[in-house]
Design a protein around this ligand. Structure first.
Ligand SMILES: [Ca+2]
Length: 199
């Protein structure tokens, strides 16, 4: 695995794999740039840092959290770091101390919500109303709300059929009301938000 070019001065970020086979990643879709990120142009070997692969069912990765994770890290390489346990800033700082020329952070690997990932990666907290996506409807829920037990809540989640034709107007309306309610509620009183914990 060799050769990533994350970031470029005065233009959109570029991330390309140059070997063993060439691949260009699409900014905003395949990857997001940390803000702030210094401009630069790096082509170097990618080196994994204390990765937990495959990921455990519950988040557990300490990739890059400790300086000791970088024992054996070759200065000048691009650090490939797995998300989890400690703040991004700590991982990036440790990578800098180890002489990394750039840092690529990837999600730990448990199923996640792609719609909030760009915000999470920037360490902005995001909220929303979640309707189940690819989760499985239980028999109790099917009895209460209809539908088919054992089927995904949204069979088109991340599928080609996830078009405007896949929008359930009733559910959309209910959830718009729920978002409006929570927005108004938190505009007046933030006590319902749980205390912040390390990601
Ligand atoms: Ca570690």
């Amino acid at each position: 695995m060799a050769g990533y070019r994350p970031g470029a001065a005065n233009g959109p970020a570029v991330l390309d794999r140059v070997s063993p086979d060439a691949k260009s990643y699409v900014p905003g879709e395949d990857f997001h740039t940390f803000q702030p990120s210094p401009p630069g142009d790096v082509t170097a070997q990618v080196q994994g840092v204390d990765l937990t692969l495959p990921p455990t069912p519950a988040p557990s990765s300490t990739s890059g959290c400790e300086e000791a994770d970088f024992a054996g890290f070759v200065a000048g390489n691009i650090a490939l770091i797995q998300r989890g346990t400690s703040p991004f800033a700590q991982k990036v700082r440790n990578a800098g101390f180890a002489g990394a020329s750039a840092v690529i952070v990837f999600n730990e690997g448990q199923p996640g919500r792609t719609d909030s990932t760009p915000l999470d990666l920037g360490e902005w907290r995001a909220g929303g109303i979640f309707t189940g996506a690819e989760g499985t409807k239980t028999p109790e829920e099917a009895a209460m709300f209809g539908g088919t037990a054992g089927a995904p809540y949204d069979p088109c989640y991340h599928q080609a059929c996830d078009t405007l034709a896949n929008v359930n107007a009733t559910v959309f309306d209910v959830n718009a009301d729920a978002i409006a309610d929570s927005t108004a509620r938190f505009a007046f009183d933030l006590r319902g938000i749980p205390p912040r914990t390390a990601p």
